[in-house]
Design a protein around this ligand. Structure first.
Ligand SMILES: [Fe+2]
Length: 354
């Protein structure tokens, strides 16, 4: 199929000359004014525009500005036509974004050569852009796929670690669900809006499954002990937070971005801190405890009470869990987060009934 060239020139002699020179190789559309050409371009997309500079009503430069400011025409290559061979005119043509410049009267071979080279160049540019687009899409898809693989490996690993204490393996997924619910609800109620950006919430949910990875270093005798831990055993158990941080640094410290690694470390290290400063390992108080860990603390305790563990039966009904947790309002938990969580009881029931 022949390439289409739109020739815009107010001089009919030039239009027919262009038709004679180019007509055998290209399909020519002719317009004798910028206005007529713009009208034509509303419904057509030529492969090249030959644009006369000196035209009454709208000159070539004015028309070029209109072409470049419209997404439908901005990428159509343009060759300016003019009887004027001044260097300034030529410079202006290129500054306006023309691909080339042809002086009138036309020399047939020069016009043909410039036109064919410009169309060829534009086709290469188009092919290159398409290839870059395809590659960029492929890279994005590969990155997403790798991200999904990484996420499922992390969840699988976390599940494996959790299963050591005889829990049902739901803790990892459940706490991730509660963390997302709490963060989303806090944001919708206007709390912590500076911190709870969409990226932060996504990272928070991605990080949540890693909160207890340090339990891998806790002996089975302590993890699986059916009764209450002795003071010494509890001291060992408390170390899972610092173990978690070390493990996280080892497994994702070099491959993930620093903000995300920090978020995962905060959750792992501080999810047993308490609002009143009596938690572990650092004894941080109130908002000195990172927001991520304050949210995780609520999700973690709720799930621990809801699910059966080797050392305790599940607590029922859910209202009783909320009652127990409310006793920790302002002592164990951030009061704002706890209040929002307690208000979410109907949504929680719906999820748990499923
Ligand atoms: Fe923990």
């Amino acid at each position: 199929m022949k390439n289409v060239i739109l020739v815009v020139d107010d001089d009919k002699t030039n239009l027919s000359l262009a038709q004679r020179i180019l007509g055998s190789q290209y399909r020519i559309a002719a317009s004798n004014s910028g206005t007529a050409a713009l009208k034509y371009l509303e419904t057509h997309r030529p492969d090249l525009i030959l644009l006369d500079i000196n035209m009454p009503e709208m000159n070539g430069f004015e028309m070029m500005e209109k072409l470049r400011s419209d997404v439908h025409t901005e990428s159509i290559p343009v060759i300016f036509l003019t009887a004027d061979s001044l260097a300034e005119t030529e410079i202006k043509c290129f500054q306006m974004g023309a691909m080339d410049f042809v002086t009138k009267p036309f020399v047939p071979d020069i016009l043909l050569s410039r036109v064919s080279k410009t169309i060829e160049l534009d086709q290469y540019r188009h092919k290159l852009e398409t290839m870059v687009d395809i590659q960029a899409r492929k890279i994005t898809e590969d990155a997403l796929r790798l991200g999904r693989i990484q996420d499922s490996v992390i969840i699988g690993m976390a599940n494996l670690i959790e299963s050591r204490d005889g829990s049902t393996g739901k803790h990892v997924k459940n706490t991730q669900t509660y963390v997302r619910m709490i963060a989303t609800e806090l944001l919708s109620r206007g709390y912590f809006t500076q911190e709870l950006t969409p990226t932060y919430i996504e990272n928070l949910c991605k990080a949540a499954p890693l909160h207890d990875v340090g339990k891998i270093k806790i002996p089975d005798a302590i993890l699986q002990k059916p009764g209450k831990l002795t003071a010494e055993e509890f001291e060992t158990m408390k170390l899972h937070t610092t173990h978690s941080r070390k493990i996280i640094q080892t497994i994702i410290g070099d491959i993930e971005d620093a903000h995300y690694v920090r978020l995962v470390e905060d959750i792992a290290l501080y999810h047993h801190e308490r609002w009143d400063g009596t938690g572990y390992p650092a004894g941080l108080t109130e908002t000195n405890i990172p927001l991520s860990a304050r949210i995780m603390a609520v999700a973690d305790v709720f799930d621990a009470l809801y699910e059966e563990r080797c050392y305790k039966p599940p607590v029922r009904p859910i209202e009783r869990i909320m009652q127990i947790m409310s006793e920790g309002r302002g002592t164990q938990f951030d009061p704002v987060i706890l209040d929002v969580f307690v208000d979410m009881l109907p949504q929680l029931k719906q999820i748990l009934e499923k």
